[in-house]
Design a protein around this ligand. Structure first.
Ligand code: NAD
Length: 321
């Protein structure tokens, strides 16, 4: 990391994570592993226990990723009030449910006690920044910082700031996330659901369509992604891969060869809705694939494989430089 970027990242010493659910606990663990002081607040009364259990469950993974060691003790405190949690924080990672009214109410409650330089980063999966800024006295301090689940493992963070965003806020935020091992992309304009969720939504839409049309079993459709293009997508994005698919002629040759095919395929893609019948079909199909495995063992399998892929890619990158 360049010295200037390191300096920006060092401006973030205390992070407040608001909402200790799936995403908040994961962010809090990652920030604590990076050596930051972490304040946590959640409206549920057992938040301290939830956070503690989460840390214990992910610490081995953070060690495997090289982000913590056996001796790492998180400098993490769960507070009983929002005001106590955000007081003194340089950076707020907001992780409460995806409801515009709830998020706006939370920002209004926290704004009077925030440090003047404090940045609010919302984990929101698809709300618009311009809607979230409404009602804030200082809309320049809030940005979108959307992770992919689980944030302590999946490197991507999507950042978005708009014309109201104060100078330096995106730069400091990007440097902070990179110092925690994240890979940051920055959106140039506002769009519903940012970039990665739109891509995920496009793929999932067609996967659902294939299930409801009975083209293959749900298990085989899952395998078609994970044993096929999904594996390649972990290594390179679609445009890079199709550039290789075009041979020496690259992406242009690929487009020239396949444009008619893609136009016909795109016209034929499905537009399913998540009706009760469709949801039943998905849940039934998935039950067959899951078998006897419980949530914890599935989560562990996902995390073990993700850690192995990340470690292998790091090794290849190191050998190539
Ligand atoms: N689940 C995902 O895959 C995912 C991925 C990326 C981003 N996100 C985004 O992250 C945010 C959180 O999602 P999640 O899946 O962790 O939800 P979640 O339901 O698991 O957790 C939300 C937590 O917020 C707490 N909460 C509710 N109101 C609160 C308040 N006013 N003050 C403090 N705490 C409050 C709840 O008690 C709960 O523990 C959402 O905006 C979501 O869009 C989710």
């Amino acid at each position: 990391m360049a010295t200037e970027t390191k300096g920006l990242a060092n401006e973030v010493k205390t992070v407040a994570v608001i909402g200790a659910g799936l995403i908040g606990c994961s962010w809090a663990s990652l920030f604590a592993a990076s050596g930051r002081r972490v304040h946590v607040y959640d409206s549920r009364p057992d938040a301290a226990k939830v956070m503690e259990d989460f840390w214990v469950s992910v610490k081995p993974t953070l060690i495997e990723l090289g982000l913590a060691n056996a001796e790492t003790t998180p400098d993490l405190e769960v507070f009983n009030t929002l005001a106590d949690a955000v007081t003194g924080a340089d950076f707020i990672q907001e992780c409460i449910p995806e409801r515009l009214d709830m998020k706006r109410e939370l920002y209004s409650a926290m704004e009077p006690v925030l440090a003047p330089h404090a940045i609010i980063a919302t984990s929101s999966s698809g709300l618009k920044l311009s809607d979230l800024q409404e009602g804030l006295k200082d809309p320049g301090r809030i940005i979108i910082a959307h992770p992919f689940n689980p944030p302590h493992l999946i490197p991507l963070v999507e950042l978005y700031g708009n014309e109201l965003t104060a100078a330096g806020v995106l730069e400091t935020s990007g440097a902070f996330y990179e110092s925690c091992g994240k890979v940051v992309i920055t959106l140039k304009r506002e769009v519903l659901a940012h970039v990665a969720n739109r891509l995920q939504a496009a793929l999932w839409r067609e996967a659902i369509h294939l299930v409801t049309e009975g083209v293959a079993s749900l298990k085989d459709i899952n395998t078609a992604v994970s044993a096929g293009p999904g594996l390649r997508w972990a290594v390179m994005g679609p445009h890079m891969l199709l550039n290789l698919g075009g041979g020496e002629g690259g992406l242009r040759a690929y487009c020239e060869q396949f444009h008619d095919s893609y136009h016909t395929w795109w016209d034929d893609l499905g537009k399913p809705q998540l009706t009760p019948q469709t949801i039943d079909a998905l849940v039934d199909g998935l039950r067959e694939e899951i078998g006897e495995r419980d949530y914890a063992s599935l989560r562990q399998e996902r995390d073990d494989k993700l850690v192995a892929i990340l470690a292998a890619m790091k090794q290849v990158d190191a050998a190539r430089t």
